[in-house]
Write a protein of this length. Structure first.
Length: 284
């Protein structure tokens, strides 16, 4: 049992990324392989990991065991990973990627991302030179960033002449980052949401508004929020280690929010993030 095909979002470089992926943050490496294998079995074709998560090896085991590490099946799955902040730099990024691709047990990744902008120790332009070399070599297909605010995106563009294809940011009903999303839309940068339900905190947001919408459609609170993201054109990477919840998180295409319901979720925007401030944080 699983779900049907997930639609793709076409990126600025022409690549097609599945709009729903599986996030694997805070899953131990030795527990990651069965979680990813389950996700692939039920229909996911997009896996999002990072050096900082410490579980690229588990993802690689799952890809190999499921037959998605090489050959024609490799083309059917989108694999994203991210550079560790402490390894930012030209030579260090190239060395890091060699290690990461070995752990992932595949020949290329679909997207390689700068994990945090680290404006207090800015090395993104040097990293980008390394990334473009990896892209030219065919070892990386798409270049992206995470947690970049407009000021960081502008600086990267000024120094490299390129906009990233994707900006992965914390985004959920109570932290909508409208300035960032508007900037990205204006510059052809796709927005990808991590913590799309605020690590569960938004399930009960809005004095019961999510619950009322869920009841009206006969779906879960999480499905209501994830459907809101889908209708916004956002790429999402919900995390679940449970097969049933993985299926639930991917089953978002047999209902739609009304305009009033969508607006009610829009109105939940607030001033408090669940995660870290990109101006000060480094994921070492």
């Amino acid at each position: 049992m699983g779900f049907g095909p997930i639609p793709n979002i076409t990126l600025s470089n022409g690549a097609a990324i599945p709009q729903i992926g599986l996030g694997v943050l805070r899953i131990d490496d030795d527990a990651t392989a069965p979680v990813v294998e389950s996700a692939l079995e039920v229909g996911y074709r997009h896996i999002d990991t990072a050096a900082g998560y410490g579980n690229e090896g588990g993802v690689g085991q799952a890809l190999e065991a499921s037959g998605y590490a090489h050959g024609s099946k490799r083309e059917q799955v989108w694999i994203t990973t991210k550079l560790r902040d402490s390894e930012q730099g030209y030579d260090s990024a190239l060395t890091a990627f060699d290690r990461q691709i070995g752990l992932l047990r595949t020949d290329y990744v679909d997207m390689y991302m700068i994990h945090w902008p680290t404006p207090f120790d800015w090395r993104s332009a040097d990293v980008w030179r390394a990334f473009t070399r990896l892209r030219d070599e065919g070892r990386v297909r798409t270049l992206g960033v995470c947690n970049f605010l407009p000021e960081h995106l502008e600086r990267l563009h000024e120094e490299t002449g390129e906009w990233p294809a994707v900006d992965q940011i914390e985004l959920h009903p109570t932290w909508q980052q409208r300035e960032v999303t508007s900037f990205c839309k204006a510059h052809g940068i796709a927005v990808e949401a991590y913590s799309p339900i605020a690590r569960g905190a938004d399930l009960n947001a809005g004095d019961g508004v999510i619950a009322r919408i869920a009841e009206a459609h006969g779906v879960s609170h999480a499905q209501v929020i994830l459907r809101w993201h889908i209708e916004n054109g956002t790429i999402i990477i919900p995390k679940s280690v449970h097969r049933e919840r993985q299926i639930e998180n991917g089953s978002l295409f047999d209902f739609a929010l009304t305009a009033e319901e969508h607006a009610a979720i829009d109105a939940l925007d607030g001033p408090t993030r669940a995660g870290h401030d990109p101006r000060t944080f480094s994921y070492s």
